[in-house]
Design a protein. Structure first.
Length: 214
């Protein structure tokens, strides 16, 4: 099964992708993870992406499309994949269609903006290995250090002002993708405002999957 996860920042795309990866035995392709890794490593791509991400803006299509095309051509994705964070614009969706790769479903996670702000402002991550934490759901160790010994920090794009800007960008540039895929009859919408488990149960039901068989 080839899936696209669609939804605003903080809607739970990363969490659901992680659960579905284990349940369906297919891999997740996350542009966000790939870009942040490049930023930590200080690559040319990472330096280019950082100036956009820190301001809550989208990384240019020319950069992102190239990364995803290369990744989807690799052998470990032949049995299926989950796209998290791509496409984010109509141009990217059209570029994906142009590759000839079939998308089975577009899973749209719908979430209240107040819930999103609470989720994102509470996120933290290790400066060294990137391990995620959250002040409510996965508290930072009392010594303030990750298990790897790295410093735990708040991402620059997780402050309230930047989050609101990211949501504005999502509504203006990414949300139209939903209509693009609705015209292809591929969109399935699920409320993701509640817990990850409740959301996952709804996802399986919406996709017509049996958890006992997954």
């Amino acid at each position: 099964m080839n899936l696209i996860l669609l939804g605003p920042p903080g809607a739970g795309k990363g969490t659901q992708a992680e659960i579905l990866t284990k349940q369906l035995n297919i891999k997740t392709v996350s542009t966000g993870v790939m870009l942040r890794a490049a930023m930590r490593e200080g690559t040319e791509l990472g330096k280019l992406a950082k100036q956009y991400i820190d301001d809550g803006k989208l990384v240019p299509d020319s950069v992102v499309v190239g990364i995803v095309k290369e990744r989807l051509s690799q052998d470990d994705l032949k049995n299926g994949f989950i796209l998290d964070g791509f496409p984010r614009t109509i141009a990217q969706a059209e570029a994906l269609d142009a590759t000839g790769i079939k998308i089975d479903y577009v899973l749209s996670l719908e979430c209240d903006e107040k819930v999103i702000l609470e989720r994102l402002t509470g996120r933290r991550e290790c400066k060294v290995c990137g391990t995620p934490y959250h002040i409510k759901t996965k508290p930072v160790p009392t010594n303030g250090k990750c298990v790897c010994g790295g410093e735990i920090v708040q991402r620059p794009d997780d402050n309230e002002e930047t989050i609101k800007n990211r949501l504005k960008v999502y509504h203006e540039q990414t949300e139209p993708i939903k209509a693009y895929y609705e015209s292809q009859g591929k969109v399935i919408s699920v409320d993701s405002s509640k817990t990850a488990q409740i959301t996952n149960d709804a996802v399986f039901e919406a996709l017509g999957l049996d958890k006992q068989e997954a």
